[in-house]
Design a protein around this ligand. Sequence first.
Ligand code: SF4
Ligand code: SF4
Length: 446
Amino acid sequence: MLQKHSVRIDRRICVGCTNCIKCCPTEAIRVQRGRAKILEERCIDCGECLRSCPHHAMVAVTTPVGELDLFPYNIVIPCTSLYSQFKTLATSDQLNEALYGLGFDFIYEEARGAEIEAEALRILLRSGEANFPVLSCNCPVIPRLVTKLYHNLIDNLSPFVSATEISARVAKEEFSQMMQVDKKEIGCYYIAPCAARMTNIKNPMGIKHSDVDGVFSMRELYLRIKESLAQNAARRKDKGGLPDTRDGKVAFPAGAYGVGTAVVGGLSAAVGTEHYLAVDGIYNTVQCLEEIDNERLRKLLLVEASACNGGCVGGPLLFENQFVAKNRNRRFANSLPRYDLEHDEHVRKYVDSPMIRYDMPFAPQWVMTLSDDVGEAMRMMDKMEGIVRSLPGIDCGSCGSPSCRTLAEDIVRGQAVEMDCIFKLRDKLRILAQEMADLASAEKRG
Ligand code: SF4
Ligand code: SF4
């Protein structure tokens, strides 16, 4: 079966320890026959399981580095958090020079795409023509979480694609115009802090197809970029220490607002609204969405949620500690100009364009329904409640399901049996042992 998600389990490494099953916010992981498995329909690609497996059996699926011969031209989109990963990095030009050195023909910073998104959001909020609060889709996990678990909030999802997708679309457009080449000849690669972007390529949501053709893990590229930075620095030193980074110039450099979006709250700052909620971490995000769903958080215009702690600087594929990265990102962003996005020519060119919008409406996904037949679903629900009452209710996870309720659900779905519960098994064995003892003493008595 074609894997639609960006996280998979290496079954050769998994030891079935069950550490991962409790971390999943959508209860998508089960351990059966001594190995973990992901229920694909429930997975939202948040990457929590990547962090939780002590055996590194959870693997992020990304594009192999080196796959740059599929297209005649290659564009790279450095993620907004890339600048925070290198201690010695002083300017964007230095980083871009290193990226050109890896063989890319054109660089478009995701931070620039984030500035276009921020301005589009600012105009939308000002128009008042939206379902408030607008939920930013910058983190790719958010639309997946909402369409699976918060159907009432689907209409609140931002009409604008993520900064990554905006960047890919704009980069291809600009490069094809500049070089007079067909867009089909251009490959676009993203250097990612998380694997969730990969899912958008395999399984796009709200768009017909993604303009990102490949996703490189930041971890895999880290050493190459670091080496390239060091070589360039040594070369400059040989030339008398001149700050010669002419080779690192890009056509549309990003400013402080764009780079600042790597840290949660940065997008809201770029939008310039005070009526926002910036929330990080998948569990905090779930809690806030619950509250919005229950209409407890009113008067908000914008919700900027990030599945990773701290924002993209906390992505599981990054190299640097998220707190160090956060600090560095702030300092780096503050060294850049703060563009007036409203009057910025490049931003204005795209801010009203359909290119930065989703192509189609989001559809709800019914991952929690027991059956398409209402009567059957009711019967299954009754049976499930009966099983829940018969289970110990301590959610120990020894059965391989994250809680007693999910085990009951798995049982009514035919994917588990009551004896998977070790307490049920123990009781059954006790009864069997008693029956055997009774039988033996009956035989003795003749
Ligand atoms: S945490 Fe999950 S994936 Fe990792 S070894 Fe344990 S059961 Fe397997
Ligand atoms: S990526 Fe997130 S939703 Fe998917 S299985 Fe892992 S923890 Fe669960």
